[in-house]
Design a protein. Structure first.
Length: 256
């Protein structure tokens, strides 16, 4: 079973920077992101409509690099969690986590007994088709798998301390657009309600030794988030980075 450098890095107090992938389901996208320096890549199933077969390909090609493949599943459901992990994902992000019970479902579905109830399949993709001690593999998987709960609703915010207290949850990740929508201030990230929400999540992370995470849309925003204490940061997503870079280049040439 593989060592998860991102998990150990952020849990030890350091920070890790990666990216999201929503659009380019190619055999090269993981390698491109890794060569650019992304320490982790979150492949999105919530908003893309990608099938498990597509996710399997993306995970497999990313595991050939030093980047850690993570998957945001569409719902906190055992079938999604266990299948994605068996395909070789090294971590799971669950959207709209609103209760400690939901967080416990994520942990139980992702961890092998006696910690959880994940079904056993070995000499498959997640253990690189190798033999060896099943007990050692389960212990390593339980230790190395990164579990991320997204706080992105008013209900999740109200339960943030209870969610953060769940053993096995590693990261509380703010879904900023959905959270602002849920708070009735869509896209108003400077609004006092949203600023207060960030403070609540950061305080819960500090209190319960969890890692705060966020998706930065640009470099100035990312720098500010790092200064605020966010230690797991995704810089943009494939489609937005491509469009932004292309727009900048075309505009520069047109104005020449």
């Amino acid at each position: 079973m593989r060592h998860n450098p991102v998990k150990h890095k952020v849990l030890s107090g350091s920070r890790s920077i990666g990216t999201f992938v929503f659009e380019f389901d190619t055999t090269g996208i993981g390698r491109l992101a890794a060569q650019a320096g992304a320490e982790f890549i979150v492949y999105d199933m919530e908003h893309t409509g990608w099938s498990v077969e597509t996710i399997r390909m993306l995970i497999a090609t990313t595991r050939a690099t030093e980047a850690v493949p993570l998957v945001r599943i569409p719902a906190t459901d055992y079938d999604f969690i266990s299948r994605v992990l068996d395909m070789g994902a090294m971590g799971i992000m669950t959207p709209m986590c609103e209760s400690a019970a939901q967080a416990r479902t994520l942990v139980a579905s992702a961890k092998y007994p006696p910690v959880g109830r994940r079904g056993a399949a070995f000499t498959v993709a997640h253990d690189d088709y190798t033999g060896g001690s099943i007990v050692d593999k389960m212990d390593t998987a339980n230790r190395e798998t990164l579990l991320i709960a997204q706080i992105e609703t008013a209900a999740g915010l109200a339960s943030v301390n209870e969610i953060a207290a769940v053993e096995g949850i590693d990261v509380l990740w703010i879904g900023h657009f959905d959270l602002s929508n849920s708070l009735g201030i869509p896209g108003q990230f400077d609004h006092p309600l949203f600023v207060d929400a960030l403070g609540q999540v950061l305080a819960a992370c500090e209190r319960h030794r969890k890692v705060p995470g966020f998706l930065a849309s640009d470099i100035p925003a990312g720098r500010k988030l790092l200064e605020q204490g966010f230690r797991m940061l995704a810089y943009g997503g494939d489609l937005w980075l491509y469009q932004s870079s292309l727009r900048e280049g075309i505009a520069a040439l047109q104005s020449h």
